[in-house]
Structures are given as C-alpha cells and as structure tokens.
Design a protein. Structure first.
Lengths: 362, 526
C-alpha cells in the first residue's frame, strides 16, 4: 500500500475539479453578460486542461530522465524569457507580464519560479555537494537576479514570494543560522527599498494598513464580503453573487474568496477547508518524499517545487482572507490562467513521481 | 536531509495552514461590519413595479381612456456609454430618456430582444390611450402613466391609480439587474391594477357636441367655449366639453350675468311678487347711489316683471333686489346659498370653489350688481345645479360624472316653494318663446331657458369692458317634464356678443343633437 500516492493524486484531481467548478460558475455569468456562447469558454478550459495534463506527464518524464544536465539552459532560457517579456511583452493592467507566442499568450514568471529551482538544485547538488551552507550566498544572489527581472515587470509579489520560498527552502535544507539572519536582514532591506521605489507596492501595503482611499480598497473589502457571504456551507454551486462585478477578477486573484462564497468553509467539494487541506496534503507528501529521496538533486527539486507551490497557494489564500496585502497571485489549479496551470501541473507531476520514488527508498 | 529540518519545515507548513484557517473561522464567526451588511444588502435592488392604471368607460361601456401594453422603464442613473450604444442599436435614443427623467417606453417585442440589458429602476405601463379623441382630452385629463395629473384622471385617481409592488432583484455592481427577468409581464401580474370607472359621459355625444362647439367658436371668433349636457332626472353629466380659453379639466370661475337673475326672482316670488305688476323702469335705467344699471333694450310699455324676465331687464332685477333687501335683509344671499352657490360642485374634477362674500360687506350698488349676475363668481356646475333645481320643481339633485340610476339628492333642502318654481318655469319658457332666447326655439318642443351676457373685466383698465362678454345660455327640455339640461358658455364672442345671439343657436344645435340621439321619433314635429 502506498497511500501517499493515492492521496496526492486525489488532492490534485480535487483541486482541478474545484478549478472547473469555479470556471463554470464564472463562465455562465460572463457568457450572459458579454453575450458570448459558453462553448468558447469551455473550449478554452479544455485546452488548458490538455496542456496541464501534458505538463503533468512532462514532470514525471523529467524526473525519470533527469534534468540536471540541462539546468543551465533552463536558467538561461528563463532569464532570456524574462528579458524578452520586458522588451516585447504585452502590457495588461499596468504591468508587462505576458508574451505572445504562436497565438498563445503566457506568463514567463510562472515558469521561471520553477526554472529557478531547477538551476539551484544543480548548484546545491553539484557545487554544494548536498551542503546548503556552501552555496547559500550564490543561490541567494542568483535568486535575487531572477527576482529582480520579475520585479521589474513589475511583478513584485511573485518576485518576493519566489525569493522567500528559496530562502525558506535553503533554511529547511540546513543553512547556517548566521546566513539565515543576515539574508533575512537583506531581504527586509530589499523589501523596504521596494516599498519606497515602486509606487504600487507602497500603495498596496497602504491599502492593507488601511491608510489609503484607493479604489483597490474595495477589492479587499469585497473579498472579505465574499468569504463572509459564504459562511459555513456557502451560497451554493454557481450561486455566488460577488462575480457580478463586485469582486474584480473573481476567477483569478480572488478565486479563493469567490469559491468560498459558493461553497463556504465545509461545503463539498470546493469548501475553503478542503482546498487548504488538499494543498497541504500535496506539500506534506512532497516533503516526506524529499526526506526519503537520496539523490540530492531530485530531493532539492521535490522539496523546492512543493514549497514553491505551497507558498504561492497560501499567499493567495492569505491575501484573500485579509492577512496579507492584495497581490495578483493566482491559486494554482483553481484560478483561471493557462501558464499557472501548466507550470503547477509540471511541478505536481514531478512531486508525484518523487513520492513514488520515496516509497522505493523506504 | 536531517530530521530536525524536516520537522522545522512541517511546523512551518502547519503554522501557515493554522493561521489561515483560524483567521477564516474567526472572520466568519464574528461577522464584522461593514462586511456583514454588505454581504446581505449590496446585491439586492428593489424595483418598483406598477400595475396597470384603471380604465375609464363611458355610460355604454365604451372605453374613453385605457392603458395599453407599452412599458416604461426607469433607467438606472449611471448608464455607461457602452450601454447607451447598445440601446441605440435597438433604436432607443438614450438622450431622449434623459429628457424624460430616464424613462423609456418599450414594447414587449423590444423587451425580448433587450433582456440582457436590465438597467431599470422601475417598471410601469405607460401608454394611456384616449380613443374618445380631442373632445374628451380636457375632461379626461392627463396622466404620467401611473398617476393622474388633471381632469377626471386626477379627480378619480384614488380609484384609478395602480398599486405598487416592490420586487427584489439581484443586482450587478453597475446597477443592472441580473439575471435579466425573462418577462416583465409576469412581474407586473403580481402588482395590483387600478380599478375601472364608468362615467356618465356619452362618448359619441361628447364628440359630436365638441365638433359643434368648435365650429361655433370659430364662427364667432370667440376665445373659447364650454358645453355641458346633463340628465336632469339623475344628475348625470352626459357631455362636458370645452374649447380654447375655457377649461373643463378644472372648473373655472366667471361672472354669470343674467342667468343668475333666477335667484333674485325666486326670492321675489317667495316674498309675494306678482309677475304682472309693473316694475316701473320704462327707460331701462336704474340709478342707485349714483351708479346706473342699464338695460340693453329698454322695456318701454311692457314694464311688468314678466317682461323684465323675458326681456332680461337689468334695471328691474336690480330694483327688485334693493326692494327685497329692505323687506328682508340678506334674503338674496340666503337664496343664493340655498341654490348651492358658494358650495363645491363636487363632481370629482378639480375646481375653484367661489366663496360668496358675507352680505354685511354688500353695499347697495353691490346688491344691485349681484342681482344681475355681476360682481359675483360661480362655476358652471353650480349654475347647472341651480337650473336643475328649477327643472325638478325644487328637488335638489347633485350633478355627477359617474353613471348612476339613482340620483344623489338632498331631500331636506328646500330652495323655495313648488309654486315658485312653476312660475319660474313659465317665465323661462317665455324667454325662449318670445324673449331673449328666441334663437334657441325648437318647433314643437317646449324649452325653458335663460340667456346670460356678462361683461368681463378688462385686465387693462380694471373696469367692465363694453366689448368683452361671457355669453351663455342655459336651458332644459321638455320644459314641463324636463329630461335634459344644456349649458352653453362662449368666451368673448366677437361676431355676436349676447347670450341670446351667440349661445342660444348653439344650444339649439346641441338640443337637436340630443333629441336625434336619444329621443328619435318621440317629438312628432321634428
């Protein structure tokens, strides 16, 4: 019996179903308002799912083949994509985050966060030989450079959570206390600089602290209204009202609030608690696998992917619940957005394969 | 990987999970404001749904005014540019609604096409049709689709006005209703419609009388005119129509002129006046306190009270008033009150009620003037009511606009003795037979009538004008068992100025019309 595998698969499928339920609810409304047939939305989702499944198996395949040889290429490609984005990207809502390619538009930052882990794994296992403290500063500097490129889009929230995830990853893998304290000091400093340099970072923090009269305050308020309306069991599938223009991007940045409005905390299947547990379950099993796998590169990647997934998911949730200031981060598998789904699918494919690998070691 | 680090990582995961969950639970349990209120109220829009306004029927059940199927939607205030473009695609010009306080008319057909765009605050039926046409518009009055603004629509609004129902819809953040209701008509069915009323008006007669009146007003170059036809037995008003300056959607005030003389003669007859006695004003000039009351044509040798009535002598009427006042002070005033002057017409149309001044203020000159219907104001229904008293030999019947079989009477009210009315009626018949009202005469039909030529006050000089008159004729027939009463008023006729020459011919035309419509073949001589 290998329960962790089944639980992880269940968690993934569960999250994907939650995503589909959310899309269904929002699409029915959008098709009515914009007078567009829901079929085009459905096709869009099917296409996303198709690419997601491809990416999932790619993750498994990559685990089997090993990607360490191509880690450099992955990093260069990531950095190249980010620079391309800055130069030729499509601007949307004040930020240049998308690249158009063969009629598809995607968000490089979604791929870069996992690309970074792929490269750092190589640094960790080849140069550090399994000792984090040896390559701690190099890893942090590489992370900083990549994060800076992401931050310039500007996509400060992704840059920050990415850096924080790497920092935590290195910490949990055994960085020295001195390194932790110093780097956290530097991170705080960088954060302070970002706060003072980028107007929209300052703005959002101010919104969070209640010091702003920006219309985005409404977003935060409406997110809370959505959760409160949901209560314990929610308004019912498709019955959410916040999608009617009250909660902007209810299928993206505020997917968690919105789905909580429909399903509440305990509602089946997309209740807030279940979503939180499913994400925790994937990460928990990924962690377990990481502790079992003896190949240092694969361990780093499984651990890194799990943590990255967890950090981004829970940042989204905490923003929605009102613990953190508003950011534009999607909830993996649930939010609308192909790039996020594809990269997350790749990551969970890798993690799942890592868990099966973990059983072979134990 | 060392176990210590794994434990650290697990603690981190659980901590983050725990913080999020606890925050979520605290938030949902504590229900803080303003989130709680917003979650309950912000999605709801209350739309006022009005029922259908009641219809107005004429005495034979023909619709005079009714509300059609057209809808009016009150559009939300914040209509975006895109919305107005979309609306214009359906041929609706938003700028036009703005002028009409954001109301738009919408046919059911158009509504089906437009149902995605639910942008309204209230729903009502708005098209009010008045098939009776021009002749009725003033009497029926206007509505704003829901409430009456003038005329009968205003007077009977408490019956006709529809009920309001507040229907709750789910609202989009931009104010639209979501999802758009598939049919407004189903919602409308829920709210109560106004009740119908049946008027005593005969639509056909009204329309035909209106044509006659319009023609006559044009012929005489008058400023306006009014015709009332009523049933003397039931008090039902069959026709109430007007043209030009005279409005029938609001009862106006005017100085009646000689038609008011019935009051002084009633008082005289009650005090024992013999109509064959001489009044003693051969020259037709009666002077009181330096003011002369003149006749148009002096009576000459025929200066009995009988001829004074028939030839409408002002001098005699004034003289009688002064004489009666010395016999019994304030008698004229009391008689006028008994006839119902100074008392509202109460037919459901908005009216100015003229208050009769207290007689202690009446000087002799004033008294002499009041006797001939100058210096006193009445409204047409009051005059009609007074003559109906004569027609019914003293029975006081209230005129009404509603169809009824049993007249509304006041049996306790005694205006004068029956004898007096019999004499008055004979006098009035003589007026038409050989007096001022000769032009109203119809061969073979006894008509009792009275002319009135009131001088109007010239707004420029503030004095009575010699040329501006209010010519009127009021009469009922058949004189000795009256059934119909017709009142004709013409405002400032130019070609002929007196009631006898201007109004009496129109009276005759209307009377012939009434006979043709209602009494076909009953009068052999016709």
């Amino acid at each position: 019996m290998k329960p962790r595998i089944y639980f992880t698969i269940m968690a993934i499928v569960w999250l994907v179903i939650c995503g589909l339920l959310l899309q269904w609810s929002v699409v029915m409304y959008k098709s009515l308002v914009y007078n567009v047939s829901p079929i085009s939305f459905a096709l869009n989702n099917i296409l996303r799912l198709f690419f997601g499944i491809l990416a999932f198996f790619a993750g498994i395949w990559v685990f089997n083949r090993g990607i360490d040889r191509y880690a450099d290429i992955v990093l260069y490609a990531s950095v190249g994509l980010l620079i391309l984005t800055l130069l030729y990207g499509r601007a949307f809502g004040g930020a240049t985050r998308w690249i158009e390619f063969l009629g598809f538009s995607f968000q490089p930052s979604e791929f870069v966060k996992f690309g970074l882990i792929v490269y750092l794994g190589k640094v960790y296992s080849y140069e550090g030989l399994g000792k984090v403290s040896r390559v701690f500063w190099k890893s942090m500097i590489i992370t900083f450079v990549v994060a800076l490129l992401v931050g310039l889009q500007p996509n400060i929230s992704t840059a920050m959570i990415m850096s924080l995830s790497v920092f935590l990853l290195l910490w949990f893998l055994g960085a020295k206390i001195f390194q932790i304290l110093t780097s956290s000091g530097i991170l705080l400093l960088l954060f302070y600089i970002a706060y003072n340099t980028f107007p929209h970072v300052k703005e959002r923090i101010d919104i969070y602290l209640g010091r702003s009269d920006n219309p985005r305050v409404a977003q935060v308020v409406q997110s809370k209204v959505a959760i409160l309306s949901g209560g314990v069991f929610g308004r019912g599938p498709g019955q959410g009202l916040q999608k009617l223009g009250y909660l902007p991007s209810s299928d993206k940045d505020f997917a968690f609030s919105y789905i909580t409005e429909e399903y509440g905390i305990l509602g089946f299947p997309a209740g807030a608690l279940w979503i939180m547990i499913m994400i925790l379950l994937i990460t928990w099993n990924g962690l377990w696998a990481a502790s079992k796998i003896e190949d240092e590169y694969k361990r780093f990647l499984v651990f890194g992917f799990s943590l990255m997934l967890f950090m981004f998911s829970y940042t989204h949730i905490m923003v929605n619940v009102g613990i953190l200031p508003p950011t534009g981060l999607p909830l993996p598998f649930v939010s609308y957005g192909g790039s996020s789904l594809v990269s997350s699918s790749f990551a969970v494919g890798y993690i799942l394969r890592g868990i099966t690998e973990g059983y072979s070691y134990s | 990987m060392p176990g210590r680090n794994l434990a650290l990582a697990r603690i981190f995961l659980l901590t983050v999970f725990g913080i999020s969950l606890i925050r979520l639970i605290i938030f949902i349990v504590s229900k803080p404001e303003p989130y709680n209120t917003l979650s309950k109220k912000q999605h709801i829009i209350t739309v006022k749904v009005f029922g259908k306004r009641g219809s107005i029927y004429d005495r034979y059940g023909r619709p005079i005014a009714y509300t059609g199927e057209g809808l009016a939607l009150e559009v939300i205030d914040t209509l975006s540019k895109e919305d107005s473009i979309t609306l214009s695609r359906y041929g609706i010009n938003f700028n036009r609604f703005k002028l009409h306080q954001n109301r738009m008319g919408l046919s059911p057909f158009l509504w089906d096409k437009i149902k995605i765009m639910a942008l309204f605050k209230s729903i009502q039926y708005n098209r009010r049709y008045v098939p009776c046409g021009e002749g009725c518009i003033r009497l029926i009055g206007r509505t704003n689709g829901i409430y009456g603004l003038s005329g009968v629509e205003y007077g009977f609004d408490s019956i006709l006005a529809p009920g309001i129902k507040n229907v709750k819809f789910i609202k989009h953040a931009n104010g639209r209703i979501y999802p758009a209701p598939t049919s407004i008509f189903t919602f409308n069915a829920g709210s109560s419609d106004g009740k119908d009323i049946t008027l005593s008006i005969d639509m056909v007669l009204q329309r035909e009388v209106y044509k006659l009146l319009r023609k006559r007003v044009k012929e005489l170059g008058a400023k306006g005119g009014l015709v009332i036809v009523a049933n003397t037995r039931t008090g039902e008003i069959l026709t109430l129509t007007s043209v030009g300056s005279v409005y029938s959607d609001k009862m106006f005030l005017y100085e009646p002129g000689s038609t008011f003389k019935i009051v002084v003669y009633t008082e005289g007859l009650e005090r024992g006046l013999n109509i064959y006695d001489r009044c003693g004003e051969k020259d037709g000039v009666f002077t009181i306190n330096g003011v002369s009351i003149r006749d148009v044509v002096p009576l000459g040798d025929k200066d009995t009270w009988f001829w004074a009535v028939v030839k409408s002598s002002n001098a005699c009427a004034s003289k009688l008033a002064i004489k009666l006042d010395s016999l019994k002070p304030n008698g004229l005033y009391r008689r006028a009150l008994l006839y119902g002057f100074g008392e509202g017409a109460d037919i459901g149309i908005y009216e100015d009620i003229p208050k009769l001044e207290r007689p202690s203020k009446w000087s002799k000159v004033k008294l002499a003037n009041v006797a001939i219907g100058q210096g006193i104001q009445v409204n047409p229904i009051q005059m009609l009511r007074a003559y109906m008293v004569i027609a019914n030999d003293g029975k006081f019947i209230y005129p009404t606009l509603l169809k009824t079989d049993t007249p509304i009477t006041n049996p306790l009210r005694v205006v004068a003795r029956t004898e007096t009315f019999k004499i008055l009626k004979r006098l009035l018949v003589a007026v038409v037979d050989s007096g001022t009202g000769r032009l109203a005469k119809i061969k073979g039909l006894p008509i009792a009538g009275k002319t009135g030529t009131a001088q109007k006050i010239d707004p420029l000089t503030g004095k009575y004008s010699r040329t501006k008159t209010m010519a009127s004729f009021i009469g009922f027939f058949p004189a000795y068992s009256p059934k119909y009463i017709i009142y004709v008023i013409l405002d400032e006729p130019k070609k002929y100025r007196t009631g006898g020459s201007a109004a009496a011919p129109l009276f005759k035309q209307v009377a012939l019309l009434v006979l043709k419509l209602y009494e076909k073949g009953k009068f052999s001589s016709l």
